[in-house]
Design a protein around this ligand. Structure first.
Ligand code: ADP
Ligand code: ZN
Length: 199
């Protein structure tokens, strides 16, 4: 987004896995730095893809970030001179992130946040529904469906190669888990009790 508000504002970059949210966040961070703005980058400690202290995209680009366990830690670790605050994987943070980003924007800060809009069940993920509502700017990105190559809006969770069940726990001990980008038609969620599904 190139247009600037006179006040602070909230930008959300949403979409499924592989839709380029981290790439887009990194692009906006890079541009803000070119504009000599002070940028602070956070991400939940839960996302350990590539590096503990970096926001990384699937194409290998990355920038240094502060790993936090909750929204209160962002508040504590906030650089008072930050003009831009970027947060990746924001769906993993608690609901306290909503009043916090409001407060930052009220203070004149540009807040850029990226996250999954939906979980593997295609339901709103964490506080993303509220963040999407309060943002000045929302970009929903799509990936490429691995099944039919249509634009993918959803994240398919696979457990041992099968679509995950609706009530499968977030952590499945001893199971091989993977995620794919899929469109609405190709996305599958097994109902609990359903033993087999076409993948
Ligand atoms: P996100 O943060 O949304 O998970 P990333 O920015 O990390 O996305 O990665 C996006 C990159 O992932 C794309 O530029 C592309 O190189 C790669 N990629 C791998 N699989 C897919 C897919 N199914 N659809 C689109 N991009 C994909
Ligand atoms: Zn498809």
């Amino acid at each position: 987004m190139t247009r600037r508000f006179n006040s602070g504002y909230i930008e959300v970059i949403a979409g499924p896995m592989f839709s380029g949210k981290s790439e887009e966040l990194l692009r906006r961070i890079r541009r803000a730095r070119i504009a000599h703005q002070r940028v602070q980058v956070f991400k939940p400690a839960i996302d350990i893809r590539y590096a503990g202290n970096a926001v990384a995209s699937h194409d290998g680009r990355q920038t240094e970030s502060v790993a936090v366990h909750n929204s209160a830690e962002i508040r504590q670790l906030l650089d008072p001179a930050a003009e831009v605050v970027a947060i990746d994987e924001v769906q993993f943070l608690d609901e306290g992130i909503v009043p916090l980003v409001r407060e930052l924007a009220d203070r004149g800060i540009r807040v850029v946040i990226a996250g999954l809009d939906m979980d593997f069940r295609a339901e709103p993920f964490g506080a993303m529904d509220q963040l999407l509502a309060i943002a000045e700017s929302v970009d929903k990105l799509t990936a490429v469906c691995v099944k039919c190559s249509a634009p993918a809006t959803r994240t398919q969770r696979l457990v041992n190669g099968q679509p995950a069940r609706y009530d499968d726990p977030v952590v499945l001990v001893g199971a091989a888990e993977s995620y794919e980008a899929r469109c609405r038609i190709c996305h599958q969620v097994r109902r609990s009790g359903e033993s087999r599904a076409e993948v």
